[in-house]
Design a protein around this ligand. Structure first.
Ligand code: HT7
Ligand code: ZN
Length: 883
C-alpha cells in the first residue's frame, strides 16, 4: 500500500472561496451540479488545479463559462487535474452518484429509504470533484430538490433561506452556511423524518432553534438527546465562554453509520445508538453515552469547526481536545467530587485497556502520526483517548485558569483557520509564559512511557526521597525515545491514613498534592518535615498516560485502598491487589496447583463493599476485577482460557466470602420509583447489579432466581439487561439446570423487542460474549433473520463482540475463531472497508499468544492478505500486523 507522509505537506495551489451546489436526489442516480469559485494561492508556484473524486461519474466540466475539452484535463480513478488553470477560476462540475449502491457509508448513501452523507475524512470526493482537504475552507450554498412524498424533509448545513414547490410532485430547499468550512463538514439529509424541536435562549439572550430528527415512531426517545444538547450549549458558554454561532442546530439519527456521530456544521448526524433512549429500551450506560457524544459533537463546533485541522495528521488537534472537553463536561455534570473521580476512573480504564494495547502493537503511532495509508484507520484510541490525556496534561501543568488562558489565546489567534497541534501547544505556552518545547514529544513519540518510582524515608532527617526514572519502549520506526515532560501528581499517606503536608526541600509552599515535573530520564525529589514513615500516593488522578511501577507491598496497597484521599489512587490500589492475585491464579492453573485467595485481599474488598460512606458507583468500580483483556496485557504470553478460569475462580471465591454483604448491598441499593439516569441512581444500580452478578456465582437456586425475578420485574432496561447478563454469563454449576430457562428468556426478549434495532443489538452481544457461546453458535446466530452484515451496528453487536470480548472462546485451541474472523473480514471488505478494517484489528496482538496459536493466527492473516480486491483500509492493517 502507498503511504502518505506528514513531511510532504504542501498548501494547495488554489483556494476555494465559494461553493454552490445543486442536488437532484434520486437513489439510483443523484445528479450533482457544483460551481466552485477559486483563486490561485499566491504562495504556490504550480498552476495545476487538483481536485479529488472517487466512485462518481463525471458528466460535464466548464471552466469560466467554457466547456472543457478532454485534452484540457487529466482524469484518473482518484484525481481530476486541470493543467495550467488561470488565476481566477469558476469551475462548473456535473456528476452523478449511485447512492443506493453505496454500502460504504461514506459519501452519499441511502439508509431505510433516506439519504445521508458522511464526508469526514475524505467522503466529499464521492459526491463531487473538489480539493477535498481540510485546509481548503469555503462558504457553501446548497439547493436540494427531490420528490415530496419520498423526501418530505430536506436538510443541509446552516440556515434554511428558501423552500418551495417545483411541480410534478417535487419540491426544493435552499440552505446557506454563513461560516467557511472544509468539505469534510458538509452534510445533507433527505427523507421521511420527524423532529422534536425547542427554542433555547443563549446566555447572551439570543434565541436559537434546536431540533432532533428521527425516523417516524422514535419521537418517544429523543428527550434525553435534546436535554444533553441544551446542557452542552450551556456548559460551553460557562466553562469556555464559547457561544453557539448559528441560529439553528440540528441532530439527525440514522441506524446505518460507521462511527458514533459526526459534527457537520449545524447538522450533526448521529448513529441512533447515541440519540435514542427511553427507560424501556436504554441502559444507564446508553444514557451516559448519549450525553457525552451529544456533548462531543456539539463541542466540535468550536474545536474542529471554527478552528480546524491543517491536514489529517493533525487529527488529534480536534479529537483529543474535544474528547478532553466531553470528559470534563460529563465530570462537571455529575457535580460531586467522587462522581467526577468515577468518571475519571472509567476513562482511564478505557485508555489502559485499549490505547495501551494499541501502543504496544503493530498499529502503534504517535498522537500526531508521521504517515498513513488510509486516514480512516487513524481514528484510533491513540488519536482520541491518548490525545485527550495529552490535553489533560496541559490542564494539570497550567491549572484551571492557565488552561483557560491558553484556550482563549488559541481561539483569538486561530478562529477561522486550519492549524496544527504545534499551534495549540504554542498558544498554551504563550498564554502562560511557559516553555513547553519538550512537551512536543507527546505528539511525536509513540509508545507508553514507563515511570519507575522508588521511595526512601529517612527518620533521622525527617525526609522522604522519591526517585523517578522514565523510559519508553521502542515502536515501529522509533527505536530510541527522548525523555517526555511528565506531570506526576504526588501525595503521602501516613500510618493513620492521614494526608502528609508536602514541602519540597528548598521550597516554602506546602500542599496536599504536588505536581512533580519529570523532564529528565531520572530525577529525585526530597520532601522535608515528614514526621513518620509514609506510603506514597503516585500519579494521582492519573496525571499522565504512563505505566507507573512501584514495589508496593500488599499492606501498603490495602492501606491506600482504605485511606488515600485521591479516589483514583484508592481504586488503583485495589486493582493492583487484584491483578497480583489474578496473575498468580493463572500461573497456578498453568502449573496445575490448587487455587486460593487470601484474607487480606478479600477483607480489603469487603471493607469497600460495606462502606456506605462511599459513593455506590465508586464501590462498584473497586469490586470489579480487572478485565480479561487487562490481565492478558500484563502477561508475556497470554493464556485466554487460563485467564478466564482464574477470573471466574476469583469471582466465585469473592461471592462466597462476601455472601451476606452482597445480599445486603443488593437490597440496600434498589432504586424504586420513576427511572432517572442521574449519576447517583445509576451508581446504585451499578453496585446492585454488580452484587447480583457475584451472587449468581454461588451456584444456588435462590440467587439464580433472584436474577430471574429481577428480569421479570424490571422497569428499566438497565436492570433487565443486568439480570439477563447475570443469568447468561455466570459460570456456575447451575448452568445446565437453567439452560432451558435462559433460552426461553432469550426467545421472549427477542419477541418483545424485535422492532427495536438497538435492543436487538444488545440481544446479539449478550449471546456473543457469553462464556458458553462458541464459534459454531456465533455462525448460527449469523443465520438469524435479524442479522445483517451490511448494518455496522449489527455486525459490531455479534461479530466484533465475539472476536473482541469473548477471548476464551475466540482463541479456542483449534483456531476456528481465527477462521471465522478471516471469513468475516473478507465478507465485510466487500461491503464496507472501514468497518472491515476495524475488525481486522482484532488480531493486532497475535504475537502475544503461544506459538501454536500464533501459527493459526498468522495463517488467517495471510489468507486475508491474499484476498482479491482487498481495500487499502484492510490491507494497511493486515500488512502492519504481518510486518
Ligand atoms: N469527527 C467524527 C469522525 C467520524 C468519522 C471518521 C471516519 C469515518 C466515519 C466517521 N464518522 C465520524 C466523529 C467525532 O469524532 O466526533
Ligand atoms: Zn470528535
Amino acid at each position: 500500500p502507498v503511504s502518505i507522509y506528514r513531511k510532504d505537506y504542501a498548501p494547495p495551489n488554489f483556494w476555494v472561496d465559494k461553493v454552490e451546489m445543486g442536488f437532484d436526489l434520486h437513489p439510483i442516480r443523484t445528479h450533482v451540479a457544483t460551481r466552485l469559485f477559486m483563486r490561485r494561492n499566491p504562495d504556490r508556484s504550480e498552476n495545476d488545479l487538483i481536485l479529488f473524486g472517487e466512485d462518481i461519474k463525471l458528466l460535464q466540466l466548464r471552466l469560466n463559462g467554457v466547456d472543457l475539452k478532454k485534452s484540457a484535463y487529466r482524469l484518473t480513478k482518484e484525481c481530476l487535474t486541470i493543467v495550467n488553470a488561470p488565476d481566477e477560476v469558476c469551475l462548473e462540475v456535473e456528476t452523478t452518484i449511485a447512492a443506493d449502491k453505496n454500502t460504504t457509508m461514506s459519501g452519499l448513501y441511502v439508509s431505510n429509504g433516506n439519504f445521508y452523507t458522511q464526508c469526514e475524512a475524505e467522503g466529499f470526493r464521492k459526491i463531487t470533484y473538489f480539493p477535498d482537504r481540510p485546509d481548503v475552507m469555503a462558504s457553501f450554498t446548497v439547493m436540494l430538490r427531490g420528490d415530496k412524498d419520498a423526501y418530505p424533509v430536506l436538510l443541509s448545513n446552516g440556515n434554511l433561506i428558501e423552500q418551495g414547490d417545483l411541480g410534478d410532485g417535487r419540491h426544493y430547499a435552499k440552505w446557506e452556511d454563513p461560516f467557511k468550512k472544509p468539505s469534510y463538514l458538509f452534510a445533507l439529509v433527505a427523507g421521511k423524518l420527524v423532529c422534536q424541536e425547542e427554542k433555547f435562549k443563549l446566555q447572551s439572550g439570543r434565541q436559537v432553534l434546536l431540533q432532533v430528527w428521527v425516523e417516524p415512531g422514535n419521537l418517544d426517545k429523543t428527550q434525553h438527546a435534546m436535554d444533553s444538547l441544551k446542557k452542552s450549549i450551556r456548559w460551553d458558554e460557562q466553562r469556555f465562554g464559547l457561544e453557539l454561532d448559528l441560529d439553528r442546530f440540528m441532530i439527525v439519527a440514522t441506524s446505518d453509520f460507521n462511527m458514533g456521530a459526526m459534527e457537520n456544521k449545524g447538522l450533526n448526524i448521529f448513529n441512533t445508538k447515541y440519540v435514542l433512549a427511553n427507560p424501556r429500551v436504554a441502559t444507564d450506560t446508553d444514557y451516559a453515552g448519549i450525553e457525552s457524544v451529544v456533548g462531543h459533537e456539539y463541542f466540535h463546533n468550536w474545536t474542529g469547526n471554527r478552528v480546524t485541522c491543517r491536514d489529517w495528521f493533525q487529527l488529534s488537534l480536534k479529537e483529543g481536545l474535544t474528547v478532553f472537553r466531553d470528559q470534563e463536561f460529563s465530570g462537571d455534570l455529575v457535580g460531586t467530587e467522587t462522581g467526577r473521580a468515577v468518571k475519571r476512573i472509567e476513562d482511564v480504564r478505557v485508555l489502559r485497556q485499549l490505547q495501551f494495547s494499541e501502543d504496544a502493537g503493530p498499529m502503534a503511532h504517535p498522537v500526531r502520526p508521521d504517515s498513513f495509508v488510509e486516514i480512516n484507520n487513524f481514528y484510533t484510541v491513540t488519536i482520541y483517548e491518548k490525545g485527550a490525556e495529552v490535553v489533560r496534561m496541559y490542564y494539570t501543568l497550567l491549572g484551571h485558569e492557565g488552561f483557560r488562558r491558553g484556550m482563549d489565546l488559541y481561539f483569538q489567534r486561530h478562529d477561522g483557520q486550519a492549524v496544527t497541534c504545534d499551534d495549540f501547544r504554542v498558544a498554551m505556552a504563550d498564554a502562560n509564559g511557559r516553555d513547553l518545547k519538550q512537551f512536543e514529544r507527546w505528539y511525536s513519540q509513540a509508545g507508553t512511557p514507563r515511570v519507575s518510582a522508588q521511595g526512601h524515608y529517612d527518620g533521622s532527617k525527617k525526609t522522604y526521597s522519591l526517585s523517578l526514572t522514565q523510559s519508553c519502549p521502542k515502536t515501529a520506526g522509533q527505536s530510541k525515545k527522548k525523555p517526555f515532560h511528565i506531570p506526576v501528581a504526588f501525595g503521602l499517606i501516613d500510618v493513620q491514613g492521614g494526608e502528609v503536608p508536602l514541602q519540597l526541600e528548598g521550597d516554602t509552599i506546602v500542599a496536599r498534592t504536588k505536581i512533580l515535573e519529570l523532564t529528565r530520564e531520572s530525577q529525585q525529589f526530597v520532601f522535608v518535615n515528614v514526621e513518620q514513615d509514609v506510603t506514597p500516593s503516585l500519579l494521582r488522578n492519573f496525571s499522565a498516560p504512563v505505566i507507573l511501577e512501584f514495589e508496593y507491598c500488599d499492606e501498603q496497597l490495602a492501606h491506600l485502598l482504605a485511606y488515600d484521599s485521591d479516589p483514583f489512587c484508592r481504586w488503583e490500589a485495589g486493582q493492583r491487589l487484584a491483578m497480583r492475585r489474578l496473575l498468580n491464579l493463572v500461573s497456578a492453573i498453568q502449573k496445575g496447583v490448587p487455587l486460593s485467595l487470601d484474607i487480606l485481599f478479600l477483607d480489603a474488598l469487603k471493607k469497600t463493599l460495606i462502606d456506605t460512606s462511599l459513593d455506590p458507583a465508586f464501590r462498584e468500580l473497586v469490586l470489579t476485577l480487572p478485565s480479561e483483556a487487562m490481565i492478558a496485557e500484563e502477561m508475556k504470553v497470554a493464556d485466554p482460557q487460563g485467564i478466564h478460569q482464574a477470573r471466574q475462580f476469583a469471582r466465585a471465591e469473592i461471592a462466597q466470602y462476601l455472601k451476606s454483604d452482597l445480599l445486603q448491598v443488593y437490597q440496600d441499593n434498589q432504586t424504586p420509583g420513576k427511572y432517572s439516569p442521574d449519576a447517583l441512581s445509576a451508581g446504585k444500580r451499578a453496585l446492585k447489579n454488580c452484587a447480583l452478578a457475584y451472587l449468581v456465582e454461588w451456584a444456588e437456586k435462590s440467587t439464580y432466581e433472584l436474577a430471574y425475578t429481577q428480569y421479570q420485574d424490571a422497569e428499566n432496561m438497565t436492570d433487565r439487561m443486568a439480570a439477563l447478563l447475570a443469568m447468561l454469563h455466570c459460570s456456575s454449576a447451575l448452568d445446565k439446570v437453567y439452560r432451558k430457562t435462559r433460552n426461553q428468556v432469550l426467545l421472549e426478549f427477542y419477541k418483545e423487542f424485535q422492532n427495536d434495532a438497538l435492543v436487538i443489538d444488545k440481544w446479539f452481544t449478550l449471546q456473543a460474549t457469553a462464556p458458553t457461546t462458541d464459534v459454531t453458535q456465533v455462525r448460527q446466530l449469523m443465520q438469524h433473520k435479524a442479522f445483517s452484515m451490511g448494518n455496522p451496528n449489527r455486525a459490531r453487536s455479534l461479530i466484533f463482540a465475539f472476536c473482541n470480548a469473548n477471548p476464551a472462546q475466540f482463541h479456542c485451541a483449534d483456531g476456528s475463531g481465527y477462521e471465522f474472523w478471516a471469513d468475516s473480514v473478507i465478507a465485510l471488505n466487500k461491503l464496507n472497508p472501514q468497518v472491515a478494517a476495524r475488525l481486522a484489528r482484532s488480531l493486532d496482538r497475535w504475537t502475544k499468544y503461544p506459538k501454536a496459536q500464533q501459527t493459526r493466527m498468522k495463517a488467517a492473516l495471510e489468507r486475508v492478505a491474499k484476498t482479491k480486491s482487498l481495500s487499502k483500509d484492510v490491507a494497511e492493517v493486515i500488512s502492519k500486523a504481518l510486518a
